[in-house]
Design a protein around this ligand. Structure first.
Ligand code: ACO
Length: 169
């Protein structure tokens, strides 16, 4: 049987608890080769206050990917030109979910007039973004709780959106 492609839909306020769970599971299960347990715990704690996490998701353009109707990942666009979050549940990695979310945000950013899209990529996601054409710009160290975490600012030049021909349909 062929693998089904993820479907995408906008975030709704009632999604917050499920996305908080996906966020924490993704960090705790997938980033252990690149970050210490203390760093993972500090990072995952950002979703512990579900109301604040939900407010952040609602304040950005947040898309949810579903497989057979169940949410398995999400991504958010901050402003017109920054991918802020991209998290896939450990049970759904390697099925094109991250790529589908990222591609959708690239199209939306392009349609909003952005020429470039930036992301502060985790070390875990660095090669995922590199594969999609993002180029490393600088290394950063950010404080999360009591921990210091490294990430890399990466940038992709977006394809120009072709204007509709005059009088075209
Ligand atoms: N390293 C190298 N290549 C990768 C990785 C990786 N970690 N993850 C995916 N790829 C490749 C895949 O092999 C695939 O290649 P192909 O097109 O040749 O088949 C391609 O990238 C697309 O893979 P997907 O299946 O779409 O990616 P997936 O759904 O597994 O999601 C993600 C990737 C988002 C990085 C996921 O592993 C994850 O959630 N990681 C933990 C959380 C994290 O670090 N998120 C990013 C935080 S930074 C930020 O949010 C901006």
């Amino acid at each position: 049987m062929s693998r089904s492609a993820p479907a995408l839909r906008p975030y709704l306020p009632e999604d917050a608890p499920l996305l908080a769970a996906i966020f924490a599971a993704s960090i705790m299960d997938l980033t252990g080769d690149d970050y210490s347990e203390a760093q993972q715990e500090a990072w995952a704690q950002a979703a512990e206050d579900e109301a604040a996490f939900g407010k952040k998701l609602a304040g950005q353009l947040t898309l949810i990917a579903t497989l057979q109707g169940s949410p398995v990942g999400f991504a958010s666009l901050k402003g017109t030109d920054q991918i802020d979050m991209l998290y896939v549940h450990p049970s759904a990695v390697g099925q094109g979910v991250g790529a589908a979310l990222c591609e959708a945000l690239e199209k939306i950013a392009g349609a909003r007039g952005a020429k470039k899209l930036k992301v502060d990529a985790s070390d875990t996601a660095l090669d995922f973004f590199r594969k999609r054409g993002y180029v490393p710009q600088q290394r950063n160290t950010v404080t999360v709780g009591d921990e210091w975490l490294a990430n890399t600012t990466m940038q992709k030049t977006l394809d120009a959106v072709a204007p509709s021909p005059p009088g075209g349909h």
